[in-house]
Design a protein. Structure first.
Ligand SMILES: Nc1nc2c(ncn2[C@@H]2O[C@H](COP(=O)(O)OP(=O)(O)OP(=O)(O)O)[C@@H](O)[C@H]2O)c(=O)[nH]1
Ligand SMILES: [Mg+2]
Length: 453
């Protein structure tokens, strides 16, 4: 009743069958290396192996052999590995050719394989096949891409946890709770003669509350996971000469931006990536905000404002030796008092604001701690899994559906509407692991992977 084919079709989210042809790509990065690998997946893998090397190697044993071209001349020699379906990464017959890692020799090998009937793989196509053959769910496939793209150790550790299914397991557990409740509610609606009066039944409300609690905790963990995977952007803003570029240089440890005592020094938006306890942070230094008749500076101010709109967090620097702090910062804005080395009596400064000297470096550690707090990084070390903003949106949508469901149950006593919301919640959660994902979403996700993955 809950998750059958008709249900899927009514949602318009049927996975189309994919072409069962044989694909090939280099699996190692472009460039020169000791070893280069070409990966082949599909029904022709065995035949290609035979034509290339005269044999089909024993499954999962490394076999040293010669790879020959169509005239029988040797292209290279190396190892062949054969993984017959279904025990392979993609679930299809997979052949791995390990040759020497030169760009030309690998090209020759790949061309030979294509000449034998394989097709060049599209980006992410191996992972896509693994997904379609139920070797991985969508969140795991994304974790592969995230592992490869990780820019910090913490991000890599998070990605491997997601790849091993930690995140998916939490989502699936939640999903089965939702499905269970949905079955109960729909049964009560479909068979009123059974007289399950769930509206006045406190247990439905209790179960809803429990699911909401679990969802909130997964959402919290995923927010951190997404931060590890995707990082955050922080824009430095404030009046001219507040010390934005000085702070930029202090944080990056380099002379990234020009610092002078002339107000209006910075015009372009200058970006630099740095790590804060394993979180990739993109810091953007911008022009000081003021009215300016100078065309170049005015354009700089415009760009600075636009950067603020996009940022996860805005650090608003104030020259505490001259100005007082603005009274009502935005929700993503942190007021930072700078130049405290020039302030005679720092006890007169507002106590709750971070205070630093971008010149001496004083207070910068406290500022970093504040940033972590603002970004929502818990102090507990390690253990997190990676996630993406796509997962966050789905979790939030599921969360909203549950909240609406709770509302219609307790406010309007409307069982059918609750059932609808539970169904929506289930759909959103299923999008994470890919059970109910529309084809175009799948296409979009896998095409962002690199070729050979
Ligand atoms: N004493 C002191 N001087 C500072 C501090 N931070 C910055 N300055 C000085 O203030 C002046 C302006 O610094 P910048 O970092 O260029 O300021 P900015 O906010 O980037 O200025 P614009 O790019 O013009 O908007 C320079 O002379 C810096 O050396 C500080 O904490 N203490
Ligand atoms: Mg500047």
């Amino acid at each position: 009743m809950v998750c059958d084919q008709a249900d899927r079709e009514s949602l318009g989210l049927v996975l189309s069958a994919y072409e069962k042809d044989t694909i090939a790509a280099r699996a190692t990065a472009l460039g020169k290396g000791g070893i280069g690998i070409i990966r082949i997946s599909g029904p022709d893998a065995g035949r290609i192996s035979k034509a290339l090397s005269g044999r089909i190697p024993e499954p999962r044993y490394a076999t040293y052999t010669r790879f020959s071209d169509d005239r029988g001349d040797t292209i290279d020699e190396g190892l062949l590995l054969y993984f017959p379906a279904p025990d392979s990464f993609t679930g299809e017959d997979v052949l791995e050719i390990q040759g020497h890692g030169g760009p030309v020799v690998l090209d020759m090998l790949l061309n030979r394989v294509v000449g034998l009937g394989a097709r060049h793989a599209r980006p992410g196509e191996f992972s896509q096949r693994a997904f379609l053959n139920d070797k991985l769910d969508l969140a795991q496939a994304e974790a592969i891409a995230d592992l490869i793209e990780s820019s910090t150790e913490a991000a890599a550790r998070g990605a491997i946890r997601s790849l091993q299914g930690e995140f998916s397991a939490l989502v699936n557990q939640l999903l089965s709770q939702v499905i269970e409740l949905r079955v109960y509610v729909e049964a009560a609606i479909d068979f009123p003669e059974e007289e399950i009066d769930f509206i006045s039944d406190e247990s439905v409300k209790g179960r809803l509350e429990e699911i909401q609690g679990t969802l909130a905790s997964i959402l919290e963990q995923s927010r951190e996971g997404a931060l590890l995977t995707e990082g955050a952007s922080i824009v430095l803003t404030g009046k001219p000469n507040a010390g934005k570029s000085s702070l930029m240089n202090l944080l990056t440890g380099r002379q990234t931006s020009i610092v002078t005592d002339i107000p209006g020094t910075t015009r372009d938006v200058i970006g630099e990536v740095l790590q804060l306890d394993g979180i990739p942070l993109r810091i953007l230094d911008t022009a000081g905000i003021r009215e300016s008749a100078d065309q170049i500076e005015a354009e700089g101010v415009k760009r600075a404002m636009a950067a603020q709109e996009e940022a996860d967090l805005v650090l608003h620097l104030v020259d505490a030796s001259r100005d007082s702090a603005p009274a009502d910062p935005g929700s993503r804005e942190v007021i930072v008092l700078n130049k405290i080395d020039l302030v005679d009596d720092i006890s007169r400064l507002p106590a709750d604001l971070p205070r630093i000297s971008a010149r001496t470096g004083e207070g910068v550690d406290q500022l970093k701690a504040k940033l972590k707090q603002m970004l929502g990084v818990a102090e507990t070390e390690g253990g997190g899994f990676s996630a993406r903003s796509r997962h966050l949106s789905a979790l939030r949508a599921a969360h909203d559906a549950l909240a609406d469901g709770y509302h219609v149950l307790t406010g309007q006593q409307a069982g059918e509407l609750l059932a609808e919301e539970l169904r929506a919640c289930q759909k959103h959660l299923s999008e994470i692991t890919g059970e109910f994902s529309a084809d175009d979403l799948l296409g979009e996700i896998f095409s962002s992977f690199c070729i050979g993955k």
